[in-house]
Design a protein around this ligand. Structure first.
Ligand code: AHR
Length: 336
């Protein structure tokens, strides 16, 4: 609760200060947008049309993120939100973005399924003078002016914090790690793996013996963990790139007659309700949070841009981290 209030205050202040400091300086909104045209004709206080292309509904994190967007980009707040669920398919997101361009929305926001393959469609949005805002996940494009800003967590840092915790707390003796990776080609899967790998590199006791994608879902996390358990009799720890895959792994560990959190330790990233509950119950050992509540900041960013201000090209959200005792304490007051 405290964390979220602090985070909101920091973000809102950052966005507002930038709006004041940079208005009229030709900043990152690019200028000459559909929204600018609206302002020129005196229509800037009309309803702001926003198209949001969501990744899917693959995890508890995503459900909380969607709720945050839908309860922030509201009619009461001056917006008309068009929302689509890509079911974790890039081609669906590209179709949704093209449809928003055709509908003439004022802003497009989206959380990309994977990092590559966006140059063409974002070029089309730019040609239509529609500012694009990345939420949660990054894209890899040559022309950085294809989007105005990217707001979301530092995924490399998240993986690094998990790796450092493992190395310090469990790596005093040899341990075998299996890794449940997120969606192949997605920013969180790439970056969390890198952060974790870098953090354990200097500790020869911590060895990753198997690594496979579980696509960020509980069901695939369980299936992949079943395979790991059959192939390896000596697993000490599971590093899951998100809570849902960690929860699936717990089901597989229990079905194999072992005790999660004790016989096989579990560490993950997200901090959703189910993950935090499993942590408090002793089935998970450590969670690094990934803030899900991006909706209010997205609304602030769009309002700032619509008012003629500019925002930083990268806005990093703040994430906490919890061991079992901290999870017990934090659970009652958490919003998600
Ligand atoms: O991009 C954020 C990641 O995507 C979350 O960790 C995961 O739960 C979601 O599917």
């Amino acid at each position: 609760m405290i964390h979220i209030r602090m985070h909101r205050r920091t973000m809102a202040a950052g966005i507002a200060v930038l709006a004041l400091a940079l208005t009229g300086c030709g900043g990152s909104s690019g200028g000459n947008t559909k929204a600018d045209a609206g302002k020129a004709t005196g229509s800037s206080d009309k309803v702001i049309k926003v198209g949001f292309a969501q990744v899917g509904a693959e995890s508890g994190w995503r459900a909380a993120n969607t709720k945050s967007i839908q309860t922030s980009i509201t009619a009461a707040n001056g917006f008309n939100l068009k929302f689509s669920d890509a079911q974790q398919k890039q081609e669906n997101q590209i179709s949704a973005i093209r449809s928003y361009i055709a509908q003439g929305v004022d802003y497009i926001a989206f959380s990309p399924v994977v990092v590559s393959g966006w140059d063409q469609v974002l070029g089309e949005a730019k040609a239509a003078k529609i500012p694009v805002i990345l939420t949660d996940r990054a894209v890899d494009v040559k022309d950085k002016s294809l989007y105005v800003t990217f707001i979301g967590s530092d995924f490399v840092e998240e993986g690094k914090r998990v790796g450092e915790w493992v190395s310090t707390n469990l790596g005093t003796k040899p341990i075998n790690v299996v890794e449940l990776e997120g969606t192949t080609g997605s920013a969180p899967a790439i970056d969390r793996k890198k952060g974790f790998t870098d953090a354990i590199a200097s500790n020869p006791n911590v060895k990753v013996i198997a690594s496979q994608t579980g696509n960020f879902t509980r069901a695939e996390g369980k299936t992949v963990m079943e395979g790991f358990l059959q192939a390896h009799k000596d697993i000490d720890l599971v590093f899951a790139h998100n809570d849902d895959m960690g929860l699936g792994a717990i089901e597989a560990i229990e079905a194999a007659g072992k005790v999660p959190g004790k016989d096989i330790k579990v560490v993950s990233i997200d901090g959703v309700k189910d993950g935090m509950t499993a942590l408090a119950d002793g089935k998970i050992n450590y969670i690094v949070e990934c803030n899900q509540l991006l909706g209010p900041d997205l609304a602030d960013i769009i309002k700032t841009l619509h008012g003629g201000g500019t925002v930083q090209p990268r806005i990093v959200t703040k994430d906490g981290a919890f061991d079992q005792a901290q999870a017990k304490e934090a659970l009652p007051s958490r919003l998600y």
